[in-house]
Ligand binder design. Structure first.
Ligand code: SF4
Ligand code: SF4
Length: 131
């Protein structure tokens, strides 16, 4: 399961993610990280069997946690199967099937949003996370 973590400024210096990994034993993969002077945000991939434990521990530490159940929305009616999204997606969410129709593997998405601007038909949009 992918989680979006938002760290308030007072938690920037603390090794929260390392502590959660050590305390839960979860093999957490960091898909995306953004940190500046006022906020820190991570998107992490957590094994499903550890997800609730990881969510609970981050929340105890004061981190805002959202479960990202679906990261990208595809409007198939608008899609002209041009393949532009295949070229730009860094993790291979899109591919052609044997009839040259676009197919999505949404579970791979890391919410970089690059494809949204690349799509000439406005067929792609980001999906709000669920807490
Ligand atoms: S870029 Fe847009 S129109 Fe082109 S294949 Fe991808 S979703 Fe469809
Ligand atoms: S948001 Fe990024 S990772 Fe997700 S489908 Fe679009 S290009 Fe790929």
């Amino acid at each position: 399961m992918k989680l979006q973590l938002r760290f308030p400024p007072h938690l920037h210096e603390a090794p929260n993610t390392a502590e959660v990994i050590l305390e839960t034993g979860a093999r957490i993969n960091i898909d995306r990280a953004y940190v500046d002077a006022v906020r820190g945000e991570l998107i992490i991939d957590v094994p499903d069997d550890k997800a609730e434990q990881v969510v609970s521990l981050f929340k105890q530490k004061g981190v805002e946690v959202h479960k990202l159940l679906k990261l990208i929305s595809w409007n198939e009616d608008r899609c002209i199967h041009c393949g532009a999204c295949i070229s730009v997606c860094p993790v291979g969410v899109f591919k052609f099937d044997h009839e040259w129709q676009i197919k999505l593997d949404e579970g791979k998405c890391i919410r970089c949003n690059v494809c949204i601007n690349a799509c000439p038909m406005g067929a792609l949009s980001s999906v709000d996370s669920n807490s």
